[in-house]
Design a protein around this ligand. Structure first.
Ligand code: FE2
Ligand code: FE2
Length: 284
């Protein structure tokens, strides 16, 4: 199946800069469309030439490997909490397809973790069992019972992932690792879109004042996450061409795209029976 949506979401990320979103259709996609997209994407992956070996020099690996171990750990969550939150939310919204979409999203994230793990094995580097950044994030995730808080955090982390994997791809000559990064970057663009559309739905009924307050909170949270990512991964980010200034500016640019994509006013919304009755009540 290759719908217009799949065309819109299939991006090339060959350039050294993170890919931009493609917002060709100003409507939020139904869960069934997301399910179709995730299934299509799972069946159309970039081949990774594993038999070429790790293919990175010891000097090159020294710059990125500790960071990669930590990031790999972060990509390996069983997703059970998210599934519980998504199931509750889907019942409340009467949107059973959302659970399937989330399940496929989790499977894609787990593939990222598995492929990075396989690369560490190939390079003869032990996988990490614990990391301070991951522990903080996992503790935080325990608080994430609400879809909105969860999706907000994921958008922020994925915005940094776009910069991070672009940096790793620049920092290495390993064909295997470059292909893995390329695939992850290609996956993350629709992931961001998926979360942003959900946030647009969640923010849709919010008043201007409350929405401004929400965005203020986003900025505080994003500042904290951006600083934490730099502190935890600056060596690898520097190897990939980022100074702190460039990283800071790129992170806010990337998140700016996400903020635009989660703005409910950026979408056309179908006229629901509820809206129609409100209109007719006003007219009456
Ligand atoms: Fe990921
Ligand atoms: Fe992702």
């Amino acid at each position: 199946m290759r719908s217009a949506m799949l065309e819109a979401l299939t991006l090339t990320t060959e350039s050294t800069e993170p890919a931009a979103y493609v917002n060709t259709a100003p409507v939020v996609r139904a869960s069934a469309e997301w399910v179709a997209y995730f299934r299509h994407n799972a069946a159309n992956r970039i081949p990774v030439p594993w038999d070429e070996g790790a293919g990175a020099s010891p000097e090159e690996l020294a710059e990125i490997i500790e960071s990669l171990r930590a990031w790999q750990l972060g990509e390996t969550s069983d997703g059970s909490r998210l599934m519980r939150a998504a199931s509750r939310y889907a019942v409340r919204m009467n949107e059973p397809g959302f659970v399937d979409a989330i399940q496929l999203f989790i499977a894609e994230e787990q593939r990222h973790g598995a492929e990075l793990g396989k690369y560490l094995d190939l390079a003869g580097v032990p996988r990490k069992g614990r990391d301070w950044g991951d522990t903080v994030f996992r503790c935080f995730r325990h608080l994430l019972h609400q879809m909105e808080v969860w999706a907000t955090t994921v958008v922020m982390v994925e915005s940094h992932a776009m910069l991070y994997y672009a940096a790793i791809r620049r920092a290495t000559s390993s064909t295997v690792l470059r292909k893995i990064c390329h695939q992850i970057l290609r996956d993350e663009v629709p992931h961001l879109r998926f979360q942003c559309e959900r946030l647009a739905i969640l923010h849709r009924e919010r008043s201007r004042g409350l929405l401004a307050l929400t965005m203020g909170f986003h900025r505080v949270l994003f500042t904290g996450i951006t600083l934490a990512v730099w502190v935890g991964h600056r060596r690898a980010l520097r190897a990939g061409g980022f100074t702190f200034g460039r990283f800071w500016r790129s992170a806010w640019t990337q998140m700016g795209k996400a903020w635009r994509a989660m703005n409910p006013r950026a979408y056309h919304w179908p006229v629901t029976s509820r809206a129609l009755s409100a209109l007719s009540a006003r007219a009456g």
